[in-house]
Design a protein around this ligand. Structure first.
Ligand SMILES: [Fe+2]
Length: 272
């Protein structure tokens, strides 16, 4: 049930700014869904056609560990910790009415500090950190919040003149909502590329030139670039780690009067 108590402050602000006209036009109050961005080729599980034409899932990882939790800074069968600047990535998953969504599955994958993915298709000639997890999963709590601990990924060359800025890939799913695939970027951190660390000013330039980030509509771009802040009292953030907030808004699957998904969404279920 929707009550004033669980409507976020942001929504209340929109209500007060919207005035009487805004209250009548309820769709205008909705939060925009987080922009979709390409999945890219380095998700650890690739879908392919099997011998009989069925879809099969192939594990494309190079390092053979099974750790899939929300702390990417170590793996259970390695003794040490991942190399690089550790950080907390957290945010709230909401619906278009700004209400938090419990039980959403949040999956992330990224390069290690060197800019290398744990994936057979990554052509970059960089080293893999065996103590980094590369891929993790979390489920949102009653407040819609997910939390990951990871490191700042390295930048990597995507083509002759294109260097991708550090980013984390996200895949977010929840019953009755469209699966969202997107990417999160950083502001204000140093990062590694080709044998050295670069300062935050260079990161700003890389973000400005990135072809995928450039494809995000300009008004939505600040929402996918996270800026670090210190942990707050009660947050249980380890000393010295910065917190990067990335909130996500999912788009509901539209349903007809019989509660079945309408045609727009059914087309997504057709075989590829
Ligand atoms: Fe990537």
């Amino acid at each position: 049930m929707t009550t004033h108590a669980n409507v976020s402050r942001r929504r209340l602000l929109q209500l007060s700014l919207g005035g009487a006209a805004g209250l009548l036009a309820s769709p205008a109050l909705a939060a925009d869904p987080t922009p979709v961005q390409p999945e890219g080729p380095f998700h650890p599980l690739a879908r392919a056609r099997g011998a009989n034409g069925s879809i099969v899932t192939q594990d494309r990882r190079l390092l053979p560990y099974l750790d899939q939790d929300s702390d990417l800074t170590f793996v259970s069968d390695e003794p040490g910790a991942a190399i690089g600047t550790q950080l907390i990535v957290t945010g709230i998953v909401r619906d278009e009415n700004d209400l938090p969504l419990a039980g959403a599955n949040v999956e992330i994958w990224q390069a290690c500090v060197s800019g290398k993915y744990n994936h057979r298709s990554d052509p970059n000639n960089e080293w893999l950190d065996p103590e980094f997890q590369y891929w993790g999963r979390a489920t949102t709590g009653a407040d819609g919040r997910y939390v990951f601990r990871t490191v700042v990924p390295g930048a990597y060359r995507a083509s002759g003149s294109w260097i991708r800025p550090p980013h984390i890939h996200f895949k977010v799913s929840r019953l009755r909502f469209r699966e969202l695939i997107t990417q999160m970027y950083f502001e204000g951190v140093s990062f590694y590329y080709a044998n050295r660390f670069y300062p935050a000013e260079v990161l700003t330039q890389l973000n400005l030139r990135d072809q995928i980030l450039d494809g995000v509509p300009a008004p939505a771009r600040p929402g996918v670039i996270a800026k670090g802040r210190p942990g707050r009292p009660g947050e249980n953030v380890p000393d010295g780690l910065q917190v990067f907030e990335f909130d996500i808004t999912l788009k509901a699957i539209q349903r007809g009067p019989d509660d079945r998904p309408i045609a727009d969404d059914l087309t997504r279920l057709l075989p590829v």
